[in-house]
Ligand binder design. Structure first.
Ligand code: SF4
Length: 479
């Protein structure tokens, strides 16, 4: 399962990301634009708050009745001519997909962007089976040329600048683009991919929604590549997590209003398609076979634990666009398929806390992710829950545990706490130069990449005391 890279570790990946100024430029450009566009889209949609409450209600209802909707979906998908497969793990899911491809004699598959496909390690499984994989989403095409994994769930190549993409296209396209402007590069990618679309034996897509009462799957894209992936080849395979279910098409549209605004700031994607079974006798085109692989991979385990609310996630990416940590280090530093705050909650579920212990700590707890999440997932609360588990499982380094225990012991003694914090503030003031501290004992990881602000003015306790003295009523005793 391709969910967490063991080497190098999180801190080394973070160091390398912070030392890369080009990466910072690329991240700032995309997340800054996404943040502005989302804010404008929400401002222009006065019902956003109500739509958000409705979205949360829909997802909670489906999660509470998952067994019912899964059975309804399966029944209706089969009635529409699709074949439904169940996979409890990533390995099972990839084995099913590879078997369908092999049975179809597939040598080349086209693939529309799917984070679930990345989660189960489908690219590796196809390569191991000797099947050529062609990524058809423009950003996925870029990272396939670069031999990389996605760094964002909506913009997988957001870590690449236009200049870097031009270099990749020059080396990977035959013939290379006529010029380096965006229009010429897009034209070149279109030419390169068009021939592959028409020569594919199998098309693989994900699903933004699984619609229970029709047994159809909904895909949304802005490039139309999902339609070109799923229609010309004789076989269409869908891989989808079981949490993607919605009761009906109306519910899918209720969530789409949130998804698109939160992801790209648009009102609707350019292409919204409901795929309902294979080609019928009077259809002009479409696949002869449609297979839907329903993937659990830890989701039903989440149903009964404190991370259940994470199953509401509609993969919009807003939490990472607004995350101060993601915006400094980018997606690859997280080491898993899902980056940012949602990834820091999900990766420990998928890969185990031991392998991803650092992620829940890569958070300032400023709460912006929860504020912008269109389905109200309390991400900081869930991250705190992982921190608690990490502490109880004694996964922190010994020095960290001693440090926290010492702090907790001092914090429980108000006089000692005031004395220690007062001394600490004085020491920090002595170390400061021009309002900043360039190097701090025991905080080298912080000061390696940025200066620490030197304390200025009075401490909180001094201000508090002064306020109490100012407002004290003569003769009144205060605790
Ligand atoms: S956690 Fe919320 S904001 Fe983040 S991707 Fe999921 S739905 Fe979007």
């Amino acid at each position: 399962m391709n969910v967490a890279a063991p080497q190098p570790g999180f801190k080394a990946r973070t160091d390398s990301a912070l030392a890369n100024p080009t990466l910072k430029v690329a991240i700032d450009r995309t997340t800054g634009t996404a943040e502005r566009k989302r804010a404008a889209a929400v401002a222009a949609f006065p019902e956003f708050g109500a739509a958000r409450a409705r979205g949360k209600q829909i997802k909670d209802h489906v999660i509470a009745h998952l067994d019912h909707y899964l059975e309804t979906f399966e029944r209706n998908a089969i009635a529409s001519g699709s074949k439904v497969h169940w996979a409890s793990s990533a390995d099972e899911a990839t084995a099913i997909v590879v078997r369908i491809c092999t049975d179809a004699g597939a040598r080349r598959v086209t693939r529309a962007k799917s984070m679930l496909g990345e989660e189960i390690g489908l690219p590796h499984a196809l390569a191991a089976a000797g099947i050529e994989r062609v990524e058809t989403d423009l950003a996925e095409h870029i990272i396939q040329l670069a031999g990389e994994t996605p760094s964002h769930i909506i913009w997988p190549a957001m870590h690449r600048t236009r200049e870097q993409v031009a270099e990749l296209f020059k080396a990977g396209h035959h013939p290379p683009p006529a010029a380096e402007d965006p229009a010429s590069m897009v034209q070149s990618a279109r030419r390169e991919l068009r021939a592959k679309f028409l020569g594919a034996d199998v098309g693989i897509s994900g699903a933004n929604f699984l619609v229970a009462d029709t047994g159809s799957i909904c895909t949304v894209t802005n490039e139309g590549n999902a339609e070109l992936t799923t229609t010309p080849p004789p076989v269409h395979i869908v891989t989808a997590g079981i949490e993607k279910l919605v009761p009906s098409t109306a519910h899918a549209f209720a969530l789409l209003r949130l998804l698109v605004r939160s992801a790209t700031g648009g009102e609707l994607t350019q292409y919204t398609t409901f795929h309902c079974g294979p080609k019928r006798p009077d259809d002009a085109d479409g696949p002869d076979e449609m297979h839907i692989v329903l993937v659990d991979n830890g989701r039903s385990r989440m149903l009964s634990d404190e991370f259940r609310e994470m199953l509401r996630c509609i993969r919009c990416g807003a939490c990472m666009n607004h995350c101060v940590v993601y915006r400094q280090i980018g997606g690859h530093a997280y080491g898993g398929v899902y980056p940012g705050p949602m990834g820091a909650v999900l990766t420990p579920v998928l890969a185990g806390l031991e392998k991803s212990r650092d992620l829940p700590f890569a958070c300032t707890m400023n709460g912006r992710c929860a504020e912008v999440c269109p389905v109200g997932i309390p991400l900081p609360t869930l991250l705190r829950a992982w921190r608690g588990r990490s502490w109880r499982a004694t996964l922190e380094p010994r020095a960290t545990r001693y440090g926290i225990s010492l702090w907790a012991s001092v914090a429980r003694r108000p006089r000692l706490y005031r004395l220690a914090s007062g001394l600490g503030v004085r020491m920090l003031r002595l170390l400061g130069r021009g309002g900043w501290i360039a190097s701090l004992p025991l905080a080298g990881a912080w000061t390696k990449h940025r200066d620490f602000p030197s304390p200025s003015g009075r401490t909180f306790m001094e201000l508090y005391q002064a306020d109490r003295n100012r407002t004290a009523v003569p003769g009144e005793s205060r605790p």
